[in-house]
Ligand binder design. Structure first.
Ligand code: TPP
Length: 550
């Protein structure tokens, strides 16, 4: 692609790092840039219904590709997106947020232009974005190319969002095709610290009688799932992930004991992890909702903790020992010492059989378990959906997208749009509550426009059940407007290539599941569930949250 302007240069770099789509909403400060996007031979524009959804879609895309890009307009657009970008920051997703801004000339004059606060200060929003991005640049004609490179490299290194403010005249300023490719620097590495880490780990592993492993989302974010898989294939230690990183390990592999959630875990899962002499944690952050309120029993005294850029063994800290080197070191040590460790571990318990015939949470999750296929890409929103999905045993090569730390409801619907755009041939299954879907439902229209075909299970339990479980079970504030869900796709697409069903009985659900199983057409299944029914993990989490808020 020929680079003639700064706008072209930016697109060249985005494409170079593996981005093929740009999500966003037009505005007059980014329209010219959009002409360059449309003219780009490989990069596709993906228009969204609003900027919040676009940010969520970019986040979903970044979970499936090397990075994502988001385009909004100054002030009104970028501030609508900021919640989504903050989610990407909290949960480590490399999203490059490009904001089309008034020209430098207007800014220097202090013009009272639309979408500004009317005080001639054009940095209000840049200052706000600083809190949720790892690198920012207000581009000028002089600095543009170098700053674009710096921001992109920082985003790739830290796996968190960056911000580029692109004034209209800077976008059109001349630029040249880069002569050298972007070279992401590796994590800072200290050979001495690694040797000390290796010695200390050996001391622990040589005398351990049992060793377990917890892996979580940061393994995925720093692209080390394959490295971890090699380790676990060689030495199938008793292992688990937490909900946030569910899918990071193959749940069908020997040694997998279930999804760990502190006291919210199945007893055998908990014992399989907690009772080992040494517990190796890789890429784990213990946050409240995935540990049933910090009830994990993983004492520092028996924990080896591997983080992206440093490690700990007990109280000892090893700076500049990156995750990849730490994993390789532990893999070698496991090969040497694992023969002396206890081998028995339980497989994850099956979902509880339900004597009742009615369609309830239990029946739904059992049916969903049977529905899963290898390679599925699931998304579960932050209601009963995510807490129910925690108990599923995923098929091989499956992915689960959840957002339990940022926990912004409605996130998964546009994230499914982003994920399916990245993986058009995978079967995408969206599990979302009626309350959550009301926040971002507009993006169904964009998915239909683009011919995408996720299978959507809309859990209709008449309102905010997860909130009812925490507080105000029957209060009006936990009710929502009753929508006619099965009619919605029709209203959102003139062509409407969607099939929709409403199911009230388990047998209906199972029958519909067989019809939609191939995943070749977009399907919306409205699943009617009891208003106060919640999955077991959520019972424990909500009790803990209620107590903490009290
Ligand atoms: N607003 C945002 C953006 N995010 C939130 N997490 C909340 C509000 C608070 N909140 C958490 S869960 C929830 C709310 C309002 C209700 C979710 O209801 P629904 O999607 O219907 O799921 P259910 O638990 O009923 O299955």
């Amino acid at each position: 692609m020929k680079v003639a302007t700064v706008g072209d240069y930016l697109l060249y770099r985005l494409h170079e790092i593996g981005i093929d789509h740009l999500f966003g909403v037009p505005g007059d400060y980014n329209l010219q840039f959009l002409d360059h996007v449309i003219a780009h031979p490989q990069l596709a524009w993906v228009g969204c219904a609003n900027e919040l959804n676009a940010a969520y879609a970019a986040d979903g895309y970044a979970r499936c590709k090397s990075a994502a890009a988001l385009l909004t307009t100054f002030g009104v657009g970028e501030l609508s997106a900021i919640n989504g970008v903050a989610g990407s920051y909290a949960e480590y997703l490399p999203v490059i947020h490009i904001v089309g801004a008034p020209s430098l000339k207007m800014q220097q004059n202090g013009d009272l232009v639309h979408h500004s606060l009317g005080d001639g200060d054009f940095e209000h929003f840049l200052r706000m974005q600083r809190e949720v991005t790892v690198a920012q640049a207000a581009l000028t004609v002089e600095n543009a190319c170098a700053e674009i490179d710096r921001v992109i490299l920082t985003v790739l290194h830290e796996r968190r969002p960056g911000y580029l403010l692109l004034p209209t005249d800077v976008c059109e300023a001349p630029a040249r095709t880069p002569t050298t490719p972007l070279k992401p620097g590796g994590a800072e590495f200290d050979a001495q610290a690694l040797a000390a880490f290796s010695d200390a780990a050996e001391e622990w592993l040589a005398r351990a009688k049992s060793v377990s492993l917890l892996a979580d989302f940061l393994v995925d974010r720093f692209d080390l799932s394959a490295v971890l898989a090699r380790w676990l294939d060689e030495t199938p230690l008793p292992h688990a992930s937490l909900l946030m990183g569910k899918g990071v390990v193959n749940e069908q592999r020997p040694g997998f004991v279930g999804t760990y959630a502190g006291e919210g875990s199945a007893e055998s899962t908990r014992q399989g992890i907690e009772q080992a002499d040494v517990i190796i944690c890789v890429g784990v952050r213990f946050t409240d909702t995935i540990t049933a309120g910090f009830t994990q029993q993983i004492p520092t005294a028996k924990r080896i903790d591997i983080q992206p850029f440093d490690c700990r063994i007990g109280e000892r800290h090893f700076a500049r020992v990156p995750m990849q080197q730490a994993i390789e070191t532990l893999r070698q040590l496991c090969r040497r010492y694992a023969s002396g460790w206890e081998k028995h571990c339980d497989t994850p318990p099956p979902l509880l059989a339900d004597a009742q015939s009615g369609l309830n949470q239990n029946a739904f999750w059992q049916a969903m378990q049977d529905f899963l296929q290898p390679g599925d890409l699931l998304l579960a929103d932050q209601g009963t959906a995510a807490f129910g999905a925690a108990a599923l045993r995923l098929a091989e090569n499956s992915t689960l997208i959840v957002q339990p730390l940022w926990g912004s409801i409605g996130y998964t619907l546009p994230a499914a749009f982003g994920a399916q755009t990245a993986h058009p041939t995978r079967r995408v299954i969206l599990l979302i509550g009626d309350g959550s879907a009301q926040l971002t439902a507009q993006e169904l229209g964009s998915m239909m426009r683009d011919g995408l075909h996720p299978l959507i299970f809309l859990l209709n339990n008449e309102g905010y059940t997860v909130e009812r479980a925490i507080h105000g079970a029957t209060q009006r504030y936990n009710d929502i407007a009753a929508w006619n869900w099965t009619q919605l796709p029709q209203a959102m697409s003139v062509e409407c290539p969607v099939q929709s069903w409403r199911v009230e009985e388990s047998v209906q659900l199972i029958e519909v599941m067989t019809l939609i199983a191939p995943g070749e057409r977009m399907s919306l299944v409205e699943v009617m569930l009891p208003q106060q029914d919640i999955p077991p993990l959520l019972q424990k989490v909500s009790a803990s949250l209620h107590q903490r808020n009290g």
